[in-house]
Design a protein around this ligand. Structure first.
Ligand code: FMN
Length: 388
């Protein structure tokens, strides 16, 4: 495979040699671009020796007069890896800035899915809402991201921002197994709150959205636990289906699975209320009205938001009939979510039971991406893309 490796000017640039070396050992043809600032951390000669190819150092020298470097390198590459990717290069790509070879070249990329970006930087730079908003934008466009590791950083801080090992980067790029080793918990479908053995309170959620999400995560190598009331049998080895009936069953199952999950997606439409009394024999028809007293079920999303660890991502859904975005933004704060997927369930042709939906993906920094009406499968792909 032809692989273009871009190395930008971060302290972990020296680790990029290992990535090149491993790619060459696996018989890939690797061409290297060092940004001007990367050359302050590592040398052209090292990469030239290891890759056995000419190294481009972000100058616009035309090596071959029939070539226009930034266009031809993109056409040549089957895959493009940016590792380490500085906050700067990510910002430039996200904003279409093309002021050197690497960034000009990135603007010439047509198929974003062939690009793998491995951000590495100080935690404050990584968590800065500006960097996060750039990453969000690129993920939504289809760029793949390899999440940084947490640990002791070169600056002495402890936090997220370390370049992952070259094995992890290679496995992500070469196997398209970007989520291997990740545990994902998905909930899907409605819950049933029984009044008596033959009657219950529920809603029309089919579970299609959550099931599509579970399958898309599994396709990318994640280990998925799917907690659902839907009648669903998985054909994928890495999906474990945990059947539930009521909101309380869901709560018990989620509590059990939540601890070691990396990503939690609550796509189920959980009943907010349940009958205080569930009769064990069928309630007989009587003359006149009857009253059923309801009590609140456990607020599972709130429970998770309160206990979420730093490395866990929590995603909720908001099914609303009006003022969707404002309710969703409120919910993101109240429940301490990382993302919320909001949809308008008042529209008959989308939402509950339908194969299609139209949603807004909103992150905790209030970045919003609207996904126009499309299949739930496509929406699931976009959601999973946020973690690639
Ligand atoms: C010692 C040192 C280490 C740096 N490490 C990083 C880093 O790990 N990640 C990052 O995003 N920027 C880092 N920077 C800042 C970048 O070098 C700077 O933003 C530069 O403009 C990046 O240029 P480039 O993206 O064109 O390579 C570092 C700067 C210095 C002086």
């Amino acid at each position: 495979m032809n692989i273009l490796q871009i190395i930008s000017g971060g302290i972990s640039a020296y680790k990029a040699v290992d990535i090149t070396s491993n790619l060459v050992k696996k018989n890939h043809n690797v061409k290297i671009i060092l940004t001007k600032n990367a050359t302050k951390f590592i040398t052209e000669l090292t990469f030239q020796t290891i890759s056995k190819n000419k190294v481009y150092t972000d100058t616009f020298e035309e090596i071959n007069e029939t070539e226009i470097q930034h266009i031809d390198l993109v056409k040549w590459a089957d895959k493009i890896i940016i590792a380490p990717a500085t906050a700067n290069i990510i910002a430039k790509i996200a904003n279409g800035i093309a002021d050197d070879l690497s960034s000009s070249l990135m603007l010439a990329v047509k198929d974003f899915s062939k690009v793998y970006i491995a951000p590495a930087m100080n935690t404050a730079m990584y968590e800065n809402p500006i960097t996060q908003s750039n990453i969000f934008k690129l993920k939504q466009l289809g760029f793949n991201f390899i999440e940084p590791d947490s640990g002791l950083l070169a600056c002495g801080d402890v936090g997220k921002g370390k370049l992952p090992s070259s094995e992890d980067i290679l496995s992500a790029v070469l196997n398209n197994n970007l989520l291997a080793g990740k545990k994902v918990l998905v909930t899907a479908g409605s819950t049933k709150e029984y009044i008596d053995p033959v009657r219950y309170i529920s809603n029309p959620s089919s579970g299609k959205m959550g099931i599509a999400i579970a399958e898309e995560f599994a396709k990318n190598g994640a280990d998925v636990s799917l907690i659902t009331s839907a009648d669903y049998i998985s054909e994928m080895k890495n999906i474990t289906v945990i059947p539930i009936i009521s909101a309380h069953d869901m709560f018990v199952a989620v509590k059990k699975e939540f601890e070691d999950a990396d990503i939690i997606i609550k796509a189920a439409a959980v009943s907010d209320y349940k009958p205080i009394i569930t009769y064990d024999k069928k309630v007989k028809k009587q003359v006149g009205n009857i009253e059923i007293e309801l009590e609140r079920t456990e607020d599972i999303l709130y429970y998770l938001g309160q206990r979420k660890k730093e490395n866990q991502f929590l995603i909720g859904f908001a099914a609303e009939t009006n003022d969707i975005i404002n309710y969703a933004k409120e919910k993101i704060k109240k429940k301490n979510l990382d993302y919320i997927i909001a949809n308008d369930v008042s529209k008959k042709e989308i939402g509950f039971g339908s194969d299609n939906n139209e949603v807004y993906i909103i992150d905790k920094y209030n970045n919003i991406n609207k996904i126009d009406k499309t299949s739930k499968r496509n929406i699931a792909k976009q959601i999973v893309n946020m973690f690639l």
